[in-house]
Design a protein around this ligand. Sequence first.
Ligand code: PDD
Length: 289
Amino acid sequence: MTTVFLNGAFIPKSEAMISVDDRGFLLGDGLYEVTPFYGGVPFGLDRHLARLARGLEWIRIAYDVESLEAMHRELLTRNGLENAERSMVYMQITRGAAPRTHYFPEGDVTPTIFASAKAWSRPTDEVWNRGFRAITVPDRRWSRVDVKTICLLPNAMAFQAARDVGADDAILVRDGVAIEGAHQNFWGVFGGTAVTHPKTGHILPGITRGVVLEEAHAAGVPVEERPIQVEELIDAEELFFTGTTGEVRPVVEVDGRAVGDGRVGPVTRRLSDLLLARIEATRDAAKAG
Ligand code: PDD
């Protein structure tokens, strides 16, 4: 039986009900986070909650994220995932249920908090080593995608466009810049330097992206935060995505053209190994402590 968290209670998923007046449902008026757990140990939960708190402040939903760490842990346990190699908690907060208006409801409206947990698995080594295929798609999202809103229609349409042609993901292009994937950050390797878009309103500041940047700096792997022009993709030695559910994910083909020699490159492998080692060290330290 799947247990979900809804507005303070842990309940069977089949009993979870949300009002048809919920502003998340009617207006996409809410935020979400997806936090990974390894062996039942959260990875970067504090950073996910800090990003959420920043977003809540910007969209003016008054909610203290303090209690959410304990909720995440309990939800995992209640779903029997405390020993799962990989699991994740999806959580969303909406402004709550109120008569539909384009302005924010007046008076006190209680935000709706929903969370669910599930196990997931990394692609097999064989699949990962073969690499993934992407296509470029226009970025039709708004100009504050650093705020993790639940309004994911443009992302879903971009991902579907990729699936329609048998590709694995989309690279969103805005004003000639390869910004990020439909649900992952995007990186290129040029002259041995790993390049990713700087933190602006046009990318989601991925927690995985931040950890990979830290690990690269610590290991002496050259990195640069700058926009990648779409014309540069043809000259990239390597391309890859980073994200909670993708970890480091190599891209070996874009728009039907091979990236570099068409194989997963050494910088992608190095950064993937560094991320996995950091995850393992985090899990082991938590288990030991
Ligand atoms: N996606 N960019 C976008 C547009 C994203 O939606 C995500 C996360 C990322 C990577 O962020 P992080 O490293 O913090 O997961 C980048 C989540 C996982 C999702 O929509 O399921």
